[in-house]
Write a protein that binds this ligand. Structure first.
Ligand code: ADP
Ligand code: MG
Length: 637
């Protein structure tokens, strides 16, 4: 039988430290919450090397009595709970009474503190052991310095991330603490560089300190009180969305909570106004009677449990939707006024010209632009002048073909109305199998066929022994160009195209870290991106294969991956842009290609690696067998 051992306080504290002291950010959180509990109005946070070498938090709070300095480091030492009843209506930020003990167990700590009634005193600990104690001159308040985190627990030290990453987590956390405490002046520096400095003059000022001025005009104030619950703060306008969740700050009874039913209610309130991958902005504080909420579900106290979460959900949902609604109706009144001032003709829109324009366009193709090398070396810019959308046109042609075939011949139900203006044609609607499965087409067989002509300057027609092939010239060329771009990226042959005017993007600290983590990937795509001051990046070059890239949209989309857990792949990030560029630069349906060009196209398509679908997934080769065609004419049954 194994004998039960009672752990020594020293070992016990190291274990407990694991719960409270996961990482430098959790230390900052505990220390700042202690300052807030002590009634501080000014808090100074300094971190060095992401908090791994040093974290200093000083405040102008009530201070610690000299006689309490030592007990403050005992586990379960707290000045915040006296009776069991206190446990259930705890208003202060921490009640576990083990933060200081846990932190001291795994680092070297110095505390200097003074209350208004006593002289200043100090204490120094190393690995939880007191190494010095005495009087020390100090202003009223507390100074705590935590150095050399995990110096005595090397196993844990290994789990620390790179200083920049730890710093970014602290920065994220401090931004939340500042938003949760808008009436406290909080200054935060990392390696002596000022990152945030809030004035303590209210929530709008705090939002300004974190997000800058641009966000301020996109806010709707919210203040709803039903006598039991209260929701205050700011939410983003329905025209203002961010690409990830890091712009949502939700407090419950004044403390920041990572995730709760409030987040769900928020998202649902905006559902009608939001596009995919969009997240509303918010800084919200929900006030709930203390006895109805348990904030200690999670050791680092980022989660809550509500007694009646349905009631909370309903309250928050209604409060937000009603606030949005009254903002929108307010806006409409303003808009009506503006509208009334506009001259009438501006309100009239030109009638839309649908497909005609594309057909017309296709007859004005500049043949000089279609040189013989168009397939393998199509210069990116060469066809940029064409504006007709080949793929749409082709779709219309296919649709038309399909619907004009004599109905009786086929088993498939189809539209029996035949348009008189359409030339009768004997091409059946391709079966689902032919359209989707390119493996039914044997490329060798296809390559051995002869080009016998083309239809509508859009489809190459080829004949083999017993088969007839139709190749959509636009979609085929689109696939070839797309594959060429992808290969360039895989072979790391992508070049940069410098931007005349560099583009800058402002980010928050989580986004900053995300971009920094993915710098290699971005440069592998051809981006030249570098940090540009605090929380801002400068993009000086974009991939030369995407000269028309919408940089803003690209980064929006890129940052929307921040909440994903799957590994980002460089090509996935620009797949749609590549497909769009390929589409733009491929020959169009309607372009008059000569025979050599057609041969070159068919040969390139016949290459073993080429998928017989355009980058959007549509097939571009359709095959009919002799037997099928014979059947149309009932030569065989
Ligand atoms: P808890 O906050 O749960 O009480 P801690 O270990 O975080 O436990 O702190 C222990 C005690 O030390 C607190 O109860 C408080 O009395 C005192 N203390 C810690 N930090 C401060 C501070 N910045 N100002 C005043 N008192 C503090
Ligand atoms: Mg505490």
């Amino acid at each position: 039988m194994t004998k039960i051992n009672i752990l020594t306080p020293d070992i016990f504290n190291k274990i407990a430290a694991g719960e409270v002291v996961e990482k430098p950010a959790s230390i900052v959180k505990e220390l700042v919450e202690n300052s807030i509990d002590a009634g501080a109005t000014k808090i100074n946070i300094q971190v060095y090397d992401g908090g791994i070498s040093k974290i200093i938090v000083s405040d102008n709070g009530s201070g610690i009595l000299p006689d309490d300095l030592k007990p403050a480091f005992l586990p379960h030492a707290t000045s915040k709970i006296k009776t069991e009843e206190d446990l259930y209506k705890i208003g202060t930020l921490g009640f576990r009474g083990e933060a200081l003990a846990s932190i001291a167990a795994v680092s070297q700590v110095e505390v200097i503190s003074k209350t208004s009634e006593t002289v200043g005193s100090s204490i120094k600990l190393s690995g939880g052991e007191i190494v010095a104690q005495g009087e020390k001159g100090s202003p009223v308040g507390t100074y705590i310095c935590v150095e050399n985190l995990f110096f005595n627990t090397p196993a844990r030290q290994k789990f620390l991330k790179k200083p920049k990453k730890e710093e970014s987590e602290i920065t994220s956390l401090v931004s939340k603490l500042i938003l949760a405490n808008p009436n406290k002046a909080i200054k935060y520096t990392a390696d002596d560089k000022v990152i945030y400095s809030s004035s303590g003059q209210g929530l709008k000022e705090a939002i300004f300190a974190i997000y800058g001025s641009a966000v301020l005009e996109n806010l709707i104030p919210i203040n709803v009180d039903n006598g039991k619950y209260k929701l205050t703060g700011y939410i983003g306008k329905t025209s203002y969305f961010k690409s990830n969740r890091t712009y949502q700050t939700i407090m419950i009874n004044n403390r920041w909570i990572a995730d709760s039913i409030v987040n769900v209610a928020l998202s649902q309130s905006y559902e009608a106004y939001m596009m995919k991958h969009c997240f509303p902005f918010c800084v919200l504080d929900l006030t709930v009677p203390n006895e109805e909420v348990d904030v200690n579900v999670h050791p680092s106290k980022l989660e809550v449990r509500f007694q009646d979460s349905r009631a909370i959900f309903g309250f928050v949902y209604r409060a937000i939707t009603e606030t949005i609604y009254s903002d929108l109706t307010k806006k409409t009144t303003e808009e009506v006024e503006v509208e009334n001032q506009k001259p009438e003709f501006e309100l009239q829109r030109a009638p839309e010209t649908p497909y005609q324009s594309q057909t017309a366009n296709s007859s004005t193709i500049d043949l000089d632009k279609l040189n013989l090398d168009f397939i393998l070396d199509s210069p990116i810019q060469s066809n940029a002048a064409h504006s007709s959308e080949g793929s749409v046109l082709n779709e219309i042609v296919i649709e038309k073909l399909a619907s004009t075939v004599a109905p009786k011949i086929f088993d498939e139900p189809r539209d029996t109305k035949i348009n008189k203006n359409d030339e009768p044609t004997f091409i059946p609607k391709p079966t689902q199998q032919q359209l989707i499965k390119d493996d039914v087409i044997d490329k060798d067989e296809m390559l051995s066929s002869q080009i016998i002509g083309k239809a509508f300057n859009t489809f190459v027609i080829m004949e083999a022994n017993d088969e007839l092939y139709f190749i959509d010239q636009h979609a085929a060329h689109e696939r070839l160009l797309f594959d060429k771009y992808v290969k360039q990226i895989k072979d790391k042959e992508v070049s940069c195209q410098p931007l005349l005017i560099p583009y800058t993007i402002d980010v928050n600290s989580a986004e900053e870290q995300f971009i920094n983590d993915n710098l290699d990937m971005l440069s592998s795509l051809g981006f030249d991106i570098a940090e540009f001051g605090n929380l801002s990046f400068k993009i000086s070059a974009i991939p030369s294969i995407l000269p028309d890239l919408n940089v803003n949209n690209f980064f929006k989309n890129f940052l929307s991956n921040l909440n994903n857990y799957t590994q980002l792949k460089n090509i996935d990030l620009i797949r749609d842009d590549l497909a769009e560029t390929a589409c733009k630069h491929a020959v169009k349906g309607g372009d008059d290609l000569d025979k050599d060009e057609l041969i070159k196209l068919v040969k390139a398509v016949g290459n073993g690696d080429v998928t017989l679908q355009c980058p959007h997934g549509r097939p571009f080769v359709v095959k009919f067998t002799r037997r099928e065609i014979d059947k149309w004419f009932r030569r065989v049954v």
